[in-house]
Design a protein around this ligand. Structure first.
Ligand code: SF4
Length: 236
Protein backbone atom coordinates (compact mmCIF):
# COMPACT_ATOMS: atom_id res chain seq x y z
CA UNK A 1 0.00 0.00 0.00
CA UNK A 2 1.36 3.41 -0.93
CA UNK A 3 1.09 6.10 1.73
CA UNK A 4 0.88 9.54 0.15
CA UNK A 5 3.38 11.78 1.95
CA UNK A 6 4.61 15.03 0.50
CA UNK A 7 8.40 15.00 0.02
CA UNK A 8 9.85 17.82 2.11
CA UNK A 9 13.26 18.66 3.63
CA UNK A 10 11.81 17.98 7.10
CA UNK A 11 10.56 14.53 6.08
CA UNK A 12 13.99 13.69 4.64
CA UNK A 13 15.70 14.85 7.83
CA UNK A 14 13.41 12.82 10.10
CA UNK A 15 13.75 9.70 7.92
CA UNK A 16 17.54 10.05 7.85
CA UNK A 17 17.72 10.25 11.65
CA UNK A 18 15.59 7.10 11.91
CA UNK A 19 17.31 4.95 9.29
CA UNK A 20 20.84 6.12 10.14
CA UNK A 21 20.28 4.51 13.54
CA UNK A 22 19.99 0.99 12.08
CA UNK A 23 23.39 -0.65 12.59
CA UNK A 24 23.18 -3.64 10.24
CA UNK A 25 23.91 -2.41 6.68
CA UNK A 26 21.64 -4.91 4.92
CA UNK A 27 18.73 -4.28 7.27
CA UNK A 28 19.32 -0.54 6.96
CA UNK A 29 19.27 -0.59 3.15
CA UNK A 30 16.24 -2.91 2.92
CA UNK A 31 14.30 -0.91 5.52
CA UNK A 32 14.86 2.46 3.89
CA UNK A 33 14.11 1.09 0.41
CA UNK A 34 10.91 -0.53 1.70
CA UNK A 35 9.86 2.78 3.22
CA UNK A 36 10.64 4.59 -0.05
CA UNK A 37 8.54 2.14 -2.03
CA UNK A 38 5.65 2.11 0.48
CA UNK A 39 5.62 5.88 0.70
CA UNK A 40 6.17 7.00 -2.88
CA UNK A 41 5.19 3.93 -4.96
CA UNK A 42 5.81 4.41 -8.70
CA UNK A 43 7.01 7.94 -8.02
CA UNK A 44 10.20 6.45 -6.55
CA UNK A 45 13.07 5.18 -8.72
CA UNK A 46 16.69 4.23 -8.24
CA UNK A 47 19.54 4.87 -10.66
CA UNK A 48 22.18 2.33 -11.54
CA UNK A 49 25.45 2.64 -13.47
CA UNK A 50 25.30 -1.13 -14.02
CA UNK A 51 28.68 -1.63 -12.38
CA UNK A 52 26.84 -4.29 -10.43
CA UNK A 53 23.32 -5.32 -9.46
CA UNK A 54 23.72 -4.70 -5.73
CA UNK A 55 21.35 -1.76 -5.29
CA UNK A 56 18.91 -3.17 -7.85
CA UNK A 57 18.86 -6.48 -5.96
CA UNK A 58 18.17 -4.77 -2.63
CA UNK A 59 15.54 -2.49 -4.17
CA UNK A 60 13.87 -5.42 -5.95
CA UNK A 61 13.71 -7.34 -2.65
CA UNK A 62 12.30 -4.37 -0.75
CA UNK A 63 9.90 -3.10 -3.39
CA UNK A 64 9.42 -5.55 -6.30
CA UNK A 65 8.97 -3.91 -9.69
CA UNK A 66 10.93 -0.81 -8.60
CA UNK A 67 11.95 1.45 -11.47
CA UNK A 68 15.72 1.31 -12.17
CA UNK A 69 17.01 4.18 -14.30
CA UNK A 70 20.08 3.56 -16.47
CA UNK A 71 21.67 6.47 -18.33
CA UNK A 72 22.48 4.91 -21.69
CA UNK A 73 24.97 7.60 -22.79
CA UNK A 74 26.00 5.91 -26.02
CA UNK A 75 29.55 5.63 -24.70
CA UNK A 76 29.24 2.58 -22.46
CA UNK A 77 31.44 -0.50 -22.61
CA UNK A 78 29.75 -3.55 -24.17
CA UNK A 79 30.31 -5.26 -20.80
CA UNK A 80 28.21 -2.59 -19.07
CA UNK A 81 25.33 -3.00 -21.50
CA UNK A 82 25.58 -6.76 -21.02
CA UNK A 83 25.44 -6.31 -17.25
CA UNK A 84 22.35 -4.09 -17.66
CA UNK A 85 20.63 -6.80 -19.70
CA UNK A 86 21.70 -9.48 -17.20
CA UNK A 87 20.37 -7.49 -14.24
CA UNK A 88 17.08 -6.61 -15.87
CA UNK A 89 16.47 -10.21 -16.91
CA UNK A 90 17.10 -11.85 -13.51
CA UNK A 91 15.93 -9.27 -10.94
CA UNK A 92 12.32 -8.18 -10.20
CA UNK A 93 12.82 -4.63 -11.42
CA UNK A 94 11.48 -2.38 -14.16
CA UNK A 95 14.35 -1.08 -16.30
CA UNK A 96 14.04 2.55 -17.43
CA UNK A 97 16.68 2.92 -20.15
CA UNK A 98 17.28 6.64 -20.72
CA UNK A 99 19.02 7.95 -23.83
CA UNK A 100 20.18 11.52 -24.46
CA UNK A 101 18.30 13.74 -26.90
CA UNK A 102 21.18 13.52 -29.40
CA UNK A 103 22.96 10.37 -30.56
CA UNK A 104 26.77 10.47 -30.35
CA UNK A 105 26.88 11.13 -34.12
CA UNK A 106 24.47 14.08 -33.79
CA UNK A 107 26.48 15.48 -30.88
CA UNK A 108 29.70 15.14 -32.90
CA UNK A 109 28.10 17.11 -35.75
CA UNK A 110 27.05 19.95 -33.46
CA UNK A 111 30.00 20.10 -31.05
CA UNK A 112 32.79 18.25 -32.87
CA UNK A 113 34.15 14.77 -32.20
CA UNK A 114 35.39 13.67 -28.77
CA UNK A 115 33.66 16.41 -26.77
CA UNK A 116 34.49 14.30 -23.71
CA UNK A 117 38.19 15.14 -24.20
CA UNK A 118 37.68 18.88 -24.69
CA UNK A 119 34.77 19.70 -22.39
CA UNK A 120 33.75 16.70 -20.26
CA UNK A 121 31.44 18.86 -18.13
CA UNK A 122 29.39 19.78 -21.19
CA UNK A 123 29.46 16.19 -22.44
CA UNK A 124 28.25 14.90 -19.04
CA UNK A 125 25.60 17.60 -18.95
CA UNK A 126 24.25 16.61 -22.37
CA UNK A 127 24.48 12.85 -21.93
CA UNK A 128 23.83 12.36 -18.21
CA UNK A 129 22.69 15.39 -16.19
CA UNK A 130 20.01 16.71 -18.54
CA UNK A 131 18.51 13.31 -19.46
CA UNK A 132 18.39 12.35 -15.78
CA UNK A 133 16.75 15.66 -14.83
CA UNK A 134 14.11 15.16 -17.50
CA UNK A 135 13.45 11.57 -16.39
CA UNK A 136 13.35 12.42 -12.69
CA UNK A 137 10.73 15.09 -13.33
CA UNK A 138 8.28 12.16 -13.40
CA UNK A 139 9.23 11.09 -9.85
CA UNK A 140 9.19 12.68 -6.38
CA UNK A 141 11.98 10.59 -4.81
CA UNK A 142 15.07 8.86 -6.18
CA UNK A 143 17.91 6.71 -4.94
CA UNK A 144 21.48 5.94 -5.90
CA UNK A 145 24.27 3.58 -4.83
CA UNK A 146 26.63 6.33 -3.59
CA UNK A 147 28.80 5.21 -0.63
CA UNK A 148 30.69 7.34 1.91
CA UNK A 149 33.87 5.31 1.54
CA UNK A 150 34.12 5.83 -2.24
CA UNK A 151 35.78 9.26 -2.14
CA UNK A 152 36.32 12.29 0.14
CA UNK A 153 33.60 14.14 -1.79
CA UNK A 154 31.10 11.45 -0.74
CA UNK A 155 32.17 11.13 2.92
CA UNK A 156 29.16 13.07 4.29
CA UNK A 157 26.51 11.25 2.26
CA UNK A 158 23.24 10.85 4.18
CA UNK A 159 21.00 7.77 4.02
CA UNK A 160 18.04 10.05 3.27
CA UNK A 161 18.70 13.55 2.03
CA UNK A 162 16.88 16.49 0.50
CA UNK A 163 17.85 17.09 -3.12
CA UNK A 164 17.30 20.84 -3.12
CA UNK A 165 18.21 21.25 -6.79
CA UNK A 166 15.44 18.90 -7.88
CA UNK A 167 13.14 19.38 -4.86
CA UNK A 168 13.00 15.63 -4.30
CA UNK A 169 13.93 13.20 -1.55
CA UNK A 170 17.22 11.48 -2.36
CA UNK A 171 17.91 8.02 -0.95
CA UNK A 172 21.43 6.64 -0.56
CA UNK A 173 20.69 3.17 0.91
CA UNK A 174 24.35 2.08 0.58
CA UNK A 175 25.84 5.24 2.14
CA UNK A 176 27.16 3.44 5.22
CA UNK A 177 28.31 0.28 3.41
CA UNK A 178 32.00 -0.61 3.26
CA UNK A 179 33.68 -2.50 0.44
CA UNK A 180 33.64 -5.59 2.71
CA UNK A 181 29.85 -5.25 3.13
CA UNK A 182 29.49 -5.03 -0.65
CA UNK A 183 31.75 -8.03 -1.31
CA UNK A 184 29.92 -10.15 1.28
CA UNK A 185 26.43 -9.38 -0.08
CA UNK A 186 27.52 -9.86 -3.70
CA UNK A 187 29.00 -13.28 -2.87
CA UNK A 188 26.07 -14.43 -0.70
CA UNK A 189 23.43 -13.49 -3.27
CA UNK A 190 25.35 -14.19 -6.51
CA UNK A 191 24.77 -10.59 -7.62
CA UNK A 192 25.53 -9.79 -11.28
CA UNK A 193 28.81 -7.85 -11.47
CA UNK A 194 30.33 -6.06 -14.46
CA UNK A 195 33.18 -8.28 -15.74
CA UNK A 196 35.39 -5.19 -16.19
CA UNK A 197 36.21 -5.35 -12.45
CA UNK A 198 38.18 -8.51 -13.22
CA UNK A 199 40.24 -6.50 -15.72
CA UNK A 200 41.40 -3.96 -13.14
CA UNK A 201 38.68 -1.32 -13.37
CA UNK A 202 37.78 0.09 -9.93
CA UNK A 203 34.80 2.23 -10.91
CA UNK A 204 33.01 2.00 -14.23
CA UNK A 205 31.61 4.83 -16.31
CA UNK A 206 31.72 5.73 -20.01
CA UNK A 207 34.50 4.02 -21.97
CA UNK A 208 36.36 7.18 -23.13
CA UNK A 209 36.53 8.49 -19.53
CA UNK A 210 37.38 5.31 -17.62
CA UNK A 211 40.67 3.46 -17.25
CA UNK A 212 41.75 0.55 -15.04
CA UNK A 213 43.48 1.39 -11.74
CA UNK A 214 46.68 -0.03 -10.27
CA UNK A 215 46.47 -2.30 -7.19
CA UNK A 216 46.00 -0.08 -4.11
CA UNK A 217 45.06 2.98 -6.18
CA UNK A 218 41.85 4.89 -5.36
CA UNK A 219 39.12 2.96 -7.25
CA UNK A 220 37.72 6.21 -8.66
CA UNK A 221 41.14 7.41 -9.86
CA UNK A 222 40.35 5.81 -13.21
CA UNK A 223 37.42 8.17 -13.85
CA UNK A 224 38.24 11.28 -15.96
CA UNK A 225 41.92 10.67 -15.13
CA UNK A 226 44.06 13.75 -15.76
CA UNK A 227 41.06 15.98 -16.51
CA UNK A 228 40.55 17.56 -13.06
CA UNK A 229 37.06 16.11 -12.84
CA UNK A 230 35.79 13.66 -10.22
CA UNK A 231 31.99 13.68 -10.54
CA UNK A 232 29.64 13.73 -13.53
CA UNK A 233 27.31 16.18 -11.81
CA UNK A 234 24.28 14.00 -11.13
CA UNK A 235 25.09 13.63 -7.42
CA UNK A 236 26.12 17.26 -6.79
FE1 SF4 B 1 30.77 12.19 -21.85
FE2 SF4 B 1 32.73 11.03 -20.46
FE3 SF4 B 1 30.67 12.23 -19.21
FE4 SF4 B 1 30.33 9.92 -20.53
S1 SF4 B 1 31.60 10.26 -18.67
S2 SF4 B 1 28.99 11.67 -20.59
S3 SF4 B 1 31.71 10.20 -22.30
S4 SF4 B 1 32.27 13.21 -20.48
Amino acid sequence: MTIALRPTPLLAQAADAWYDGIADPVEQALSVLRWAGDTFGDEFAITSSMADGLLAHLAGRATPGVHVIFLDTGYHFAETLGTRDWISSVLPITLVNVQPEQSVAQQDLEFGARLHDRDPDLCCSLRKVQPLAQTLSGYVAWGSGVRRDESPTRADTKIVDWDAKREMIKFNPLAAWTQDDVDRYVAEHAIPVNPLFQLGYGSIGCAPCTRPVAPGEDPRAGRWAGRGKTECGIHS
